[in-house]
Design a protein around this ligand. Structure first.
Ligand SMILES: Cc1ncc(COP(=O)(O)O)c(C=O)c1O
Length: 429
């Protein structure tokens, strides 16, 4: 759901000046606006960009946006993509244009960013017990009757703190909450048993400041997840929704919210949510995948549900980090000028994919190269015997883990397959 305000705030990003704040961008573009630089349609390789530079593929981004729009529509799921992946309002705008119901946040500061860009429906997949954040939220909700906001509750103490802060703030609209069911013994946040969920729901009902609208959780934190365990947990979640409904806990709400789903198990979410019995009122089945937007060349390449249901779609990796060989000190060793500051490294090392020769600009597969470690500003590369790699060559790297790739770059060129940069994505980490 986009508004004029969001259109204008996103459009204003094109008027920002390009300067030293944005690594990798052409030094000779200093002083141009982002929009002016985009209009120049420079080449990522010859247009003055400095290495290392992270680029997003224009084609892959569009493909992924369409793939999840189609998947959620085909399965009757509303979609609130997790925005913490990119924290990029331009991508939120495109996700909304591709049918998303709203955007998911992890923490209140992200909700503030979303509101600055006019996002009207926000699902906060976390409990908020911070009085200052709740004060701000109450004012935001009171100022805009069309702002729809939903947050987790996962404890009676949390409910008490929320209630006290909202009362203190003089909140006029109740805050919609969903009870968070934990993924099981040893999982992350979330209530462990159905009985405790009922106790927390009772606590919500006893406040005048909170309104229970549904149940939610995150199957990605089910311990030792596999198809069976994840489905079993999702069935607990839908059964909880049905029990709460039968107990009359959703009296007075227009629709019941049932939410789960990252980028690793949305097939299981679609299957189990389809089994949800008819409730006393319409159900908003809300999927929250975030990593899908850029997908990746590691963790999510292995985990994507499309590996199990290829007939339902596929995702394309959108990131490529271009770094340059700055040292070849031993026959089997090279160093690139990109390190932990530039590439995700929490799940897997970057994957060398292409070499672009500094002599003649020809491109070849990076066969024989492997990254073994990252320093802050260097990648350690082993070079197999017989592999041609010189100081000055560019190496294109695939990355693993979208969330820790986006967060290292504040302005990311979007390049078409031939290297033409058509846009720049601003992030707010
Ligand atoms: C609560 C919650 N929901 C949804 C997601 C999105 O999952 P993914 O990053 O696999 O797309 C996450 C990711 O960490 C999460 O923590």
């Amino acid at each position: 759901m986009a508004t004029d305000h969001s259109d204008q705030a996103v459009a204003a990003l094109a008027r920002e000046r390009v300067d030293h704040r944005f690594k990798g961008l052409p030094p000779d573009a200093e002083g141009l606006t982002v929009g002016e630089l985009a209009a120049e349609r420079r080449s990522l390789f010859t247009g003055g960009f400095t290495t290392p530079v992270l680029a997003l593929s224009a084609e892959a981004l569009e493909h992924n946006l369409v793939a999840m729009e189609r998947y959620s529509a085909a399965h009757g799921l509303a979609f609130a993509p997790h925005g913490k992946t990119s924290l990029a309002p331009q991508l939120f705008e495109r996700q909304l244009a591709h049918g998303a119901w709203g955007i998911t946040a992890a923490v209140p500061t992200q909700v503030r960013i979303y509101r600055a860009f006019g996002i009207q429906r926000i699902f906060l997949a976390n409990e908020v017990v911070d009085a200052a954040a709740l004060r701000w939220l109450a004012a935001e909700l009171d100022a805009d009757p069309d702002f729809r906001f939903i947050a987790y509750v996962d404890s009676v103490r949390g409910v008490e703190l929320m209630d006290a802060a909202l009362r203190e703030a003089g909140a006029r609209r109740p805050v919609d909450v969903v009870v968070e069911l934990g993924g099981g013994e040893g999982a992350r946040t979330g209530i462990r048993t159905e009985a405790e969920c009922a106790t927390v729901a009772d606590a919500v009902a006893a406040t005048g400041t909170l309104r229970l609208v549904g149940v939610a959780g995150y199957e990605g934190e089910v311990p030792r997840p596999d198809g069976e365990r994840v489905r079993a947990w999702l069935r607990r979640l839908t059964a909880l929704a049905a029990d709460f409904d039968a107990a009359g806990r959703f009296e007075g709400v227009d629709e019941v919210v049932v939410s789960a789903g990252g980028s690793a198990w949305f097939d299981a979410v679609a299957d189990v949510f389809a089994e949800l019995p008819t409730l006393s009122r319409p159900v908003l089945k809300l999927l929250r995948s975030g990593a899908y937007v850029s997908h990746d060349d590691g963790h999510y390449r292995h985990l994507t549900p499309f590996n199990r249901v290829p007939e339902e779609g596929e995702l394309h990796p959108a990131f490529r980090l271009w770094a340059q060989v700055v040292s070849r000190p031993e026959p089997g060793q090279a160093f690139l000028n990109a390190g932990k500051r530039d590439a995700a490294y929490d799940l897997d090392m970057p994957e060398p994919q292409l070499i672009r020769s500094a002599r003649d600009a020809t491109t070849r597969p990076a066969t024989g190269l492997a990254i073994t470690a990252l320093s802050d500003q260097h990648a350690w590369v082993t070079v197999a015997d017989g592999t041609d790699l010189e100081v000055g060559d560019w190496v294109g790297l695939g990355l693993s883990h979208p969330c820790t790739s986006f967060d290292k770059w504040q302005l990311i060129p979007v390049a078409e397959a031939d290297g033409t940069v058509t846009d720049y994505i601003r992030t707010f980490f």
